[in-house]
Design a protein around this ligand. Structure first.
Ligand SMILES: Cc1ncc(COP(=O)(O)O)c(C=O)c1O
Length: 383
């Protein structure tokens, strides 16, 4: 009630995914659950307790505001790691709350040490190094200064991690670039080690690297998309299938997104449906209006191309998606009633609509569609 759609999160599918990922990374590697972007649209508040129930005690977020959200709900044993945005004014808060954070430039490092000193509390830092992604990270040429600075401030930080991020491990076209990044990462590590700076954890792998470059797994893997049951790319899935055919179906989508029929109406042949002239009924039609539109994360790109499930059948979107409504053709379904369940993502009877089938249609990535699901859609955990 009071919402035009809702999201269900499957606990058993999540358990299955975590078990599978843990099997791949092995017992000696920590699994950090990446929950940025509102846990890829699944809801931080839903995923954190679920992950903790499955034994996960490390969470990777992008920003201090996501860290704050996580802090409010996580158990006291779990750690939070900020991988991106942390304003200088937020560093004291992070240190006081024992929140780990990436340090990728001299300014953040100096600020963190200065604040740690003044608080008389150690900053829990992960040094991110630039290996070729060209986003964030210390460059190799800065190493002498970095080492010197870290060595003279040892008392004020815990060297929690040494890390980097790969520039597209999900695609074979990036093979040489990734291989080179791995090599450079090891070079950085040796440099730190020679200078008595040994991180507690080395971590470089995201989902794609975990599946396709096992030597990137190291002491911790930062896994996002795979825990939610999606392959980072079709290529990654095929690669896994080639390696172990029995394991290519091991990830299960945990999200379902459902709404209901709001209005049913008949349209005469020759009439246009919705705004403008993008869809003309070429015969007498029956249509159903569903109360979700682009304001609810159902992209306008699905106009005249999307599909939803009603009464166990796949029905096409007709006309343009509006801000709050979508119209589908139910001419072949005589018994549809107002209030009937509509599945936008998920299963209904024997049919299923996956996020990836959507994405192919609209050329969005899984990541993008999920992360755009509005926070105000209620999310429930189901078995
Ligand atoms: C630094 C970093 N680590 C890990 C991840 C997780 O990636 P994935 O969702 O592909 O597992 C991301 C996501 O983009 C990231 O930016």
């Amino acid at each position: 009630m009071f919402h035009s759609s809702h999201i269900e999160i499957s606990k058993s599918a999540y358990r299955n995914n975590i078990k599978y990922i843990k099997k791949i990374i092995g017992e000696n590697t920590k699994l950090s659950s990446v929950i940025k972007g509102n846990a890829y649209g699944h809801g931080i508040d839903k995923i954190v307790p679920l992950a903790e129930e499955m034994g996960i005690d490390h969470f990777s977020v992008f920003s201090a505001s996501e860290a704050l959200e996580t802090l409010k709900i996580k158990s006291s044993q779990s750690d939070i790691m900020i991988m991106g945005l942390l304003d200088f004014e937020e560093i004291a808060w992070a240190i006081k709350n024992k929140i780990e954070f990436f340090v990728f430039d001299p300014e953040r490092l100096e600020k963190a040490i200065e604040i740690a000193k003044s608080l008389n509390q150690k900053a829990r830092i992960h040094i991110e190094v630039e290996t070729g992604f060209n986003r964030t990270g210390f460059e190799y040429k800065y190493m002498p200064k970095l080492i010197k600075y870290m060595n003279s401030n040892r008392k004020h930080f815990i060297f929690e991690g040494l890390c980097t991020h790969y520039a597209g491990a999900e695609s074979i076209s990036n093979y040489l670039r990734i291989k080179n990044q791995i090599k450079i990462f090891h070079k950085f590590f040796r440099y730190f080690k020679r200078n008595n700076l040994v991180p507690l954890k080395r971590h470089t792998a995201s989902s794609a690297a975990t599946f396709t470059y096992p030597n990137t797994i190291m002491d911790m893997a930062r896994v996002g998309i795979a825990q939610y049951g999606f392959w980072p790319s079709p290529e990654t899935k095929i690669y896994q299938f080639k390696k172990k055919p029995s394991e290519s179906n091991m990830l299960r989508r945990i999200i379902s997104w459902k709404s209901r029929v709001m209005v049913i109406k008949k349209v005469e042949a020759g009439e246009f449906i919705g705004y403008g002239t993008s869809y003309m009924a070429n015969k007498k039609m029956k249509i159903a209006v569903i109360p979700i539109g682009y304001a609810n994360g159902f992209s306008r790109a699905f106009s005249n191309t999307g599909r939803v499930l009603i009464r166990g059948r796949r029905v096409p979107v007709v006309g343009t998606i509006t801000m709050n409504t979508t119209t589908v053709n139910i001419s072949d379904l005589p018994n549809v009633e107002k209030g009937d369940e509509v599945v936008i993502i998920g299963k209904q009877r024997r049919l299923s609509i996956s996020v990836s089938s959507f994405c192919e249609m609209s050329e969005q990535l899984n990541y993008q569609l999920l992360a755009r699901l509005p926070e105000n859609i209620p999310r429930h955990i189901v078995k």
